[in-house]
Design a protein around this ligand. Structure first.
Ligand code: G6P
Length: 362
């Protein structure tokens, strides 16, 4: 039974552990036997005509959109904007001549996102909803739907829906880029990458004990923490910080690592945890320097690093995958850090205070 916790103390841990299978399932559902994306021609043709992609979402889904921007822009060369739905709804950005809208929503019911879709439909524009729930409101009201196939997500803190959203964005970006003869997309072996990701996530979740120890020693007694990174690592840092805030009530911030010194570094005190996400070759050295700057102010620094960029003393090593796919791995230790911090504080991991799984008010 998919909604049974089994031997797990909390749904969140079960859902974290399910991620390798979700990756494999998405490869089965959305790729052909030869590893090519299977996306309807109608959807691809609509997207091909677009001069700009607008991704809209809330919370964790918004964060999956930030990663999606990098995937679409790298593989399709189509400018892509990402918007928080509650902002877009009442402060609509100036639209391009031929916009295409992607709605990201685990539940398909978020009222803020629906408000945007109502306006998009009123404007006569085409849209795609990427959601976990068939026949949900956002799915019914958009032109197209792609399902996450992640199985029910019950813990309030979203985990497998985030990675599933990113995996589908990668498949879609590959399909769209290839349809437009984009070389980055042609060279991107999405089936191979999803396979690497599945095994990579498995390797990380198999190291639970190590991550629990790290959570206990570094996060249990801190009032605040920072995740920092550049580019795609910055996008993941926002989601990493949100997880920690949501379930462990540690005040956490995700930060562009180069921006820290322009003000926020004033918050670093002796022992403040600063976790660097390092998965991009061109910015690895810079993020390391930014970590050193915080260490000089007393921060307790930790690193989550891709294997090929690792140095002695790094804390969590991620198996190597294509640089565009690293969020699918780097987020996993941060999910586990949040989980174990919450668990060891004796909190209700699955039902954090003040939060709802699906927010149907604006
Ligand atoms: C709520 C949940 C979040 C989620 C957000 C968007 O706030 O607590 O975990 O990311 O809604 O939900 P959606 O279903 O649209 O992805």
């Amino acid at each position: 039974n998919e909604t049974d916790k089994g031997t797990y103390p909390f749904y969140m841990l079960k859902e974290i552990d399910e991620q390798p299978n979700v990756m494999r399932r998405l490869a089965q559902v959305y790729l052909s036997e030869t590893g090519e994306p299977v996306i309807s021609d109608k959807l691809l043709n609509s997207m091909k005509q677009a001069d700009r992609i607008y991704i809209v979402g809330a919370g964790t889904s918004y964060h999956a959109g930030l990663v999606g921007k990098r995937l679409f822009e790298n593989m399709t060369q189509t400018p892509t904007e990402v918007h928080i739905s509650s902002e877009f709804a009442y402060e609509q950005p100036i639209l391009s001549k031929k916009p295409f809208f992607i709605f990201l929503s685990q539940s398909g019911e978020t009222a803020d996102s629906r408000e945007v879709l109502v306006n998009v439909n009123a404007g006569g524009y085409e849209s795609l909803t990427i959601t976990n729930v068939q026949n949900s409101t956002l799915s019914r009201e958009a032109t197209y739907t792609l399902l996450l196939h992640a199985g029910p997500e019950i813990a309030v803190a979203s985990t497998k829906a985030y990675t599933a959203q990113i995996a589908i964005e990668a498949i879609l970006a590959k399909a769209l880029g290839e349809a437009d003869n984009q070389i980055v997309a042609q060279r991107f072996d999405v089936r191979h990458q999803l396979g690497l990701v599945a095994t990579g996530i498995q390797a990380i979740v198999d190291e639970k004990k190590k991550i629990e120890d790290l959570a206990k020693s570094s996060f249990l007694n801190t009032p605040n923490a920072f995740y920092i990174g550049r580019g795609i690592d910055w996008s993941v840092s926002l989601e990493a910080a949100l997880k920690l805030k949501e379930i462990s009530y540690v005040q956490a911030e995700g930060f562009a690592s180069g921006e820290l010194k322009h003000g926020t570094i004033a918050l670093i005190e002796k022992g403040t945890p600063v976790i660097g996400l390092i998965t991009q070759e061109k910015t690895a050295g810079l993020t390391r320097s930014n970590l050193q700057e915080t260490m000089a102010r007393g921060a307790h620094i930790l690193t989550i690093v891709s294997e090929s960029l690792a140095k002695p003393g790094d804390d969590i090593i991620l198996p190597d995958v294509d640089e565009l796919m690293t969020p699918l791995l780097s987020v996993v230790p941060t999910q586990l850090i949040a989980y174990y911090t919450s668990l060891n504080k004796g909190l209700d991991v699955d039902k954090p205070r003040n939060l709802a799984k699906s927010v149907t008010v604006e």
